[in-house]
Design a protein around this ligand. Structure first.
Ligand code: NAD
Ligand code: ZN
Length: 233
């Protein structure tokens, strides 16, 4: 995430958002409102204001991070946003506690990285959920302990999870971008303290509906961009 290091958000260590690059506006242009890429004469926007998988790119000054002087250049490389997003969602946003039970909905690269974060944080049970059972082997490799394919059940998956975990999980991570799954994740958390983290990006027109009693009874619903991680020079 770009950081101007001066705005109200940049001065608050609880967020990695910045006023100069409001995540969610999806305008994907540089600070001067231009993009330097074109394809067949048409403008191509800068993905996440960086587009760093190109051989050459132009980015705003606030998107640049200086690497350490002694970093071994044969090992330094660019990685996609997936790992930082998933890992940070577990460790920094949810702040998963040792011995807890986590449910991860969606086992793509980001969901698998959530699993790694939950494991590193010491979760004792990590329930991996996906409509594609082929995803379970990798999830197991990364530390998932239980596997659920919603297609194998004829009742809502939050009911299945609530039953499996004595009234709900401690942390639920939504990593598909589907608003129905977001509600299921929320409903699968324990009353009083269960925390749900929205990681998946919904369609821009999507809205989420749920019974406010779920929140009134102490569940927490939160989310974050790129795992809330702040890169600093
Ligand atoms: N918050 C952020 O900063 C951030 C950053 C990167 C990616 N994302 C978002 O994270 C999400 C996941 O990214 P990815 O690259 O891992 O995607 P992916 O497409 O590789 O994985 C999504 C997984 O969800 C599963 N799935 C789909 N519908 C489901 C359902 N109803 N129930 C259970 N599982 C279901 C799919 O089978 C798939 O395995 C996307 O929405 C992406 O836009 C968010
Ligand atoms: Zn800022």
């Amino acid at each position: 995430m770009p950081q101007c290091r001066k705005c109200k958000c940049c001065l608050n260590p609880d967020t990695n958002l910045c006023y100069r690059k409001e995540f969610g506006k999806y305008n994907e242009v540089l600070a001067d409102n231009t993009t330097r890429f074109t394809c067949k004469g048409k403008p191509v926007h800068n993905f996440s204001n960086t587009s760093t998988f190109t051989e050459y790119t132009v980015v705003d000054e606030i998107s640049v991070v200086k690497i350490k002087q002694n970093a071994p250049l044969d090992k330094v490389c660019l990685i996609g946003c997936g790992f930082a997003t998933g890992y940070g969602s577990a460790v920094k946003i949810a702040k998963v506690k040792p011995g807890s039970t986590c449910a991860v909905f969606g086992l793509g690269g980001v969901g698998l990285s959530v699993i790694i974060g939950c494991k590193v944080a010491g979760a004792s049970r990590i329930i991996a959920i996906d409509i594609n059972s082929d995803k379970f082997a990798k999830a197991k490799e990364f530390g998932a302990t239980d596997f659920i394919n919603p297609k194998d059940y004829d009742r809502p998956i939050d009911e299945v999870l609530t039953e499996m975990t004595e009234d709900g999980v401690d942390y639920a991570f939504e990593v598909t971008g589907n608003t129905g799954v977001m509600t299921s994740a929320l409903k699968s958390t324990h009353f009083g303290y269960g925390k749900t983290v929205i990681v998946g990006v919904p369609l821009s027109s999507a809205t989420m509906t749920f019974d406010p009693m779920l929140i009134l009874t102490g569940r927490v619903l939160t989310g974050g961009a790129f795992g809330g991680i702040i890169f600093s020079s």
